[in-house]
Design a protein around this ligand. Structure first.
Ligand code: CO8
Length: 256
């Protein structure tokens, strides 16, 4: 059976491509498990500084797999704690960039929002159309989207199920960059290589500090950030980064 994801490496960047093109990369449990296991292994690999997640030209992912869910009872959903695999994915510490072409709908949009930022093609389409199926988002969409783009627009998407184009997604802050469709992957790989070239502890802690902003009050968040900042003075990369600046040369990070 074909693998549901393809994993390749380019230097310190790992590229994961969702590989269910016949179902527009609909996220079934097997794919969620394969993706999460692969990403967890990368997360503990010191040779990996960033992960890019992408789909196909037509779809990043068109949602959770409707055919897998359609016949399930509430008891079965509770028993399996359906979708809880994604909590393990969201907890990864390595910076993750979503490279999005085509549809990022429902669970696909939610997977994109679990990544640390997204680079999208001009033709990409986003939405939380679960309401059309008689359900709601179940992989964090109501929470992460609201924090990313605000209640008003998030409500609009969740209640009407309408799709948002790339220009609107950029204006709203749902994605960080929009580029021509054929530039999405090169742009994401270049951004990932840039991240992966820095100190590994610094990028992981920068990510952690920014994510904390979604959960903590300003005072708690600032205190958290300061502790992480102090912690980085225990790394050789901090010494090298600052020494290199003073010596007017490029730093040679060991990424410890
Ligand atoms: N699940 C399963 N199969 C899918 C999905 C999906 N989400 N999306 C597309 N496919 C399949 C189609 O069934 C079709 O298969 P086949 O060729 O065998 O008929 C194939 O992919 C191609 O799709 P289309 O023929 O529909 O392609 P179009 O270009 O005509 O349309 C769309 C593309 C607009 C993206 C359309 O496929 C679509 O609307 N897809 C569904 C989008 C959607 O509703 N996503 C939300 C899913 S629900 C979810 O993500 C979270 C649910 C939360 C539940 C909470 C539980 C705890």
């Amino acid at each position: 059976m074909a693998k549901l994801i393809e994993l390749t490496r380019e230097g310190r960047v790992a590229l994961i491509r969702l590989n269910r093109p016949e179902a527009l990369n609909a996220l079934n449990s097997a794919l969620a498990e394969e993706l999460t296991e692969a990403a967890q292994a990368l997360d503990t690999d010191r040779g990996v500084g960033a992960i890019v997640i992408t789909g196909s030209e037509r779809a990043f992912a068109a949602g959770a797999d409707i055919s897998e869910m359609a016949g399930k009872t509430a008891e079965e959903m509770v028993e399996a704690d359906f979708f809880s695999t994604w909590d393990r994915f969201a907890a990864l510490r390595t910076p993750k960039i979503a490279a999005v072409n085509g549809y990022a709908l429902g669970g696909g949009c939610e997977l994109m929002m679990m990544c640390d930022f997204a680079i999208a093609g001009e033709g990409a389409k986003f939405g939380q159309p679960e309401v059309k199926l008689g359900v709601i988002a179940g992989m964090g969409g109501t929470q992460r989207m609201t924090k990313l783009i605000g209640r008003s627009l998030s409500m609009d998407l969740h209640l009407t199920g309408r799709l948002m184009d790339a220009a609107e997604a950029l204006r709203a802050g749902l994605v960080a960059r929009v580029v021509p469709d054929d530039q999405v992957l090169p742009e994401a790989m270049a951004a990932a290589a840039q991240v992966a070239g820095y100190s590994r502890p610094a990028t992981r802690l920068a990510r952690e500090a920014v994510m904390r902003a979604e959960e903590l009050s300003l005072g708690e968040g600032v205190a958290w950030e300061r502790r992480l900042f102090h912690r980085l003075f225990g790394t050789s990369d901090q010494k090298e980064g600052m020494r290199a600046f003073l010596e007017k040369r490029k730093p040679d990070f060991h990424r410890d």
